[in-house]
Design a protein. Structure first.
Length: 270
């Protein structure tokens, strides 16, 4: 009986001892090793996106193509464009821009007289042309800029761009005799050979060309608010070359070196 009681007491002792050792371990494991609660927030893909719009006063080269002789003034044209970009940090940003510029649009009688056969009797006279011609450029550029620091909201910058120029040309030249009768369709006979010819100096065409374009620019931006800034700058734009004929049919090619003084606004989206 004593032995049995001793065995029962021993079993009770070890059971209590086991609970006293196991219990704290479990109690210690759970609060100290359980992962902390986490709050999930939406991931922000990036800030710095902006929109832009620009207008420009333009100096284009002097052109003598299809009667479209342009003036050699500092400002003889205009341009307008839009774009969107991304500002990576305080000194680097990029954007994509699309600009439209009318190169020339001319119509009227040219002060040119050339010799032409007038009638079947072989008499000769002078003919003058009436022309209608225009050309436009749609320029698409990928640009990169380096902002050179900000002082009191004023940020100077330099940049460069590469892209394409979609050049559209359309021209029509009609020739008229001195009596304002169209020269096209008149006939004359060569008295030496007896051969009859039909007179026609008229011509017309309409073409679209894709050309490589590049630009260099510089200027400054001024922060109006946290989201709006005004951008004033200069841009040199090379659009390749343009080819055509003058009113007498002589071929001409001119480089399209464009100089622009630009004013625009940028809107920072976020």
């Amino acid at each position: 009986m004593r032995f049995s009681g001793s065995c029962a007491g021993a079993r009770l002792f070890y059971a209590v001892l086991g609970l006293s050792t196991f219990g704290p371990a479990v109690a210690a494991d759970m609060p100290f090793f359980a992962p902390p609660e986490q709050e999930y927030e939406p991931v922000e893909l990036g800030t710095g996106w902006y929109l832009r719009g620009d207008i420009a006063a333009v100096r284009s080269p002097v052109l003598n193509i299809d009667g479209a002789v342009t003036a050699n003034n500092f400002v003889n044209n205009w341009s307008a464009g839009v774009g969107f970009g991304y500002r990576y940090n305080s000194w680097l940003r990029t954007d994509l821009t699309a600009d439209y510029q009318p190169l020339y649009s001319r119509s009227g009688a040219a002060n040119v007289v050339t010799y032409c056969q007038v009638d079947s009797a072989g008499s000769s006279g002078g003919c003058s042309p009436y022309f209608q011609s225009r050309a436009t450029s749609s320029v698409f550029l990928a640009n990169a800029y380096i902002d050179l620091g900000t002082w009191s909201g004023l940020t100077p910058y330099v940049g460069a761009g590469l892209g394409v120029d979609v050049l559209y040309q359309k021209a029509q030249v009609q020739w008229f005799q001195g009596n304002l009768v169209p020269y096209a369709g008149t006939t004359w006979t060569d008295p030496a050979t007896g051969t009859t010819y039909m007179g026609n100096l008229d011509r017309s065409y309409s073409n679209t060309y894709l050309k490589f374009a590049y630009a260099f620019m510089g200027g400054f931006a001024y922060d109006i608010t946290d989201h709006w800034s005004v951008d004033i700058g200069y841009r040199y734009l090379n659009l390749g070359s343009i080819s055509g004929k003058d009113v007498l049919g002589v071929a001409h090619t001119r480089k399209l070196d464009i100089q622009q003084v630009r004013v625009g606004f940028r809107y920072l989206i976020d």
